[in-house]
Write a protein that binds this ligand. Structure first.
Ligand SMILES: [Zn+2]
Length: 456
């Protein structure tokens, strides 16, 4: 059977230099979430130069929407561009060598996400023009994913309103479609206030906020036994700089709770709040709870995952040069061999860079055990998720090796492959309205309640 999307791949290939330029620019200018001045300006200009109408939001400086076309379906393509602290890394070296000591770096490959999403959107627009297709593409410039808050805020400010369906991807070590993924999570701060006093002269007059903070953590550590085993509870403490000779009047706990479903996160958070109040009561201090934000797990859409898989089966996989494979092999040699073996076992092949598409059955059982604010988007409209091999087997996200790989030639090839998948799935949605409707219907049938966990 002839491949009906060859012209889509060719259109993306025509944009290979553009894709490489975007990958490189974002990687060379890594910016932390909430500070994406250069990255968002660059992406806005790129989309506007390529015929998209850019809309900004007064409350969200680094977020934007770039739109082309008219009518339904309205397809959202999610682009990201924020970096991570401390993962600055030089290009083409095989040991940890920062460009700026302690500086940020693209250790999660969000430079590749931004690039592939933009390249895919531009290719799809060019094809729509040529073929006179109706429908709308909305490229979303999504900031601060690493803070798990960008898309939550965009949802809160209704930037996704009017969209029918969303396309998303992430760089990883394998070419695979995800059915369900991401842990739901919530961040909360607990501010304890006590009464300061001289720690030796009048300790009986003091009420220690630090005691309350510590007792809360003891209580939560006991709670761990009685929550679902897939839940994760992380915390950090801040004793507000009091020296030991003063009964501390202030102390803060910062919590992050994760679980497979937002409903679990919320019930665990409720119980943690009770523990905090108990600790305050025991120590005669006060506690103020501030829920910062949270994001949802991905709401699965089987029909959308099936469509993405059927499209991916036909998209030609990247071909690597000997030099690219050699560099990838060097990077792989620096990670824990157990991590490499685990991936060889999972995918049933010994590889440097994954050179196949993971079978549909395997894809159903794999998931990303981290959180992403993209989960919220899957509650607003049907969203797909796939990953492509941009890092060697064994390389974990948020490492210097992932930074290095995300700035490499083979990383850009993984992004170009992702752009082909995004454009091809988009083309399928535009030209096969019955299938698009089925996906939207599956989403509606789930009747998922959504209210962003965010307050101004
Ligand atoms: Zn990421």
């Amino acid at each position: 059977m002839p491949n009906k999307k060859k012209h889509v791949y060719q259109e993306v290939d025509r944009l290979a230099n553009l894709n490489k330029d975007v990958c490189t620019y974002l990687w060379d200018n890594p910016e932390l979430g909430g500070t994406e001045t250069k990255s968002s300006a660059y992406m806005r200009k790129l989309m506007s130069d390529n015929g998209f109408a850019v809309t900004n939001h007064e409350k969200l400086e680094f977020a934007f929407m770039a739109e082309y076309g008219s009518g339904h379906p309205v397809i959202a393509i999610l682009g990201e561009y924020d970096a991570l602290p401390g993962l600055s890394q030089k290009r083409d070296v095989v040991e940890k060598t920062p460009v700026v000591a302690g500086g940020p770096g693209h250790g999660c490959g969000h430079n590749l996400i931004g690039s592939a999403a933009a390249t895919g959107a531009i290719a799809l627009k060019n094809i729509m023009e040529k073929e006179g297709l109706t429908g709308t593409i909305r490229f979303f410039g999504c900031p601060e994913e690493e803070l798990l808050s960008g898309k939550v805020k965009m949802a809160y400010y209704k930037m996704f309103d009017g969209c029918d369906i969303a396309l998303s991807w992430h760089p990883m070590t394998a070419n695979i479609v995800m059915d369900n993924s991401y842990l739901a999570c919530a961040y909360a701060k607990f501010y304890f206030t006590g009464t300061t006093s001289h720690a030796a002269f009048a300790p009986h007059l003091g009420r220690s906020a630090l005691d309350a903070m510590e007792l809360m953590n003891v209580g939560v550590n006991y709670l761990r036994e009685h929550v679902i085993s897939d839940a994760r509870i992380h915390y950090a403490t801040d004793s507000c700089g009091f020296p030991p000779n003063i009964v501390p009047g202030k102390a803060v706990n910062w919590y992050c709770i994760r679980a497979p479903k937002m409903s679990d996160v919320k019930s665990i958070l409720d119980r943690i709040i009770k523990v905090a109040k108990g600790a305050a009561m025991m120590t005669e201090t006060d506690v103020e709870v501030k829920i910062e934000h949270g994001c949802c797990e991905m709401l699965p859409n089987k029909k959308f995952a099936d469509l993405t898989y059927s499209v991916m089966k036909e998209v030609p996989l990247p071909v690597y040069t000997a030099n690219e494979l050699q560099y990838a092999a060097h990077l792989q040699s620096t990670v824990n061999p157990a991590a490499v073996k685990a991936e060889n076992d999972t995918y049933g092949r010994v590889e440097i860079l994954h050179s196949a598409l993971a079978p549909r059955e395997l894809a159903k059982s794999q998931k990303i055990s981290a959180s992403s604010d993209s989960g919220d988007v899957s509650y607003i409209m049907p969203m797909n998720l796939f990953t492509t091999a941009c890092w060697p087997f064994g390389v974990a996200p948020h490492t210097w090796q992932a930074s290095a790989a995300s700035g490499s030639n083979f990383g850009a090839k993984g992004a170009l492959y992702a752009a082909k998948v995004l454009a091809s799935v988009g083309y399928e949605l535009l030209t096969n309205p019955a299938k698009t409707q089925e996906i939207i219907q599956e989403f509606k049938d789930k009747k998922a309640e959504y209210s962003p966990m965010y307050q101004e």
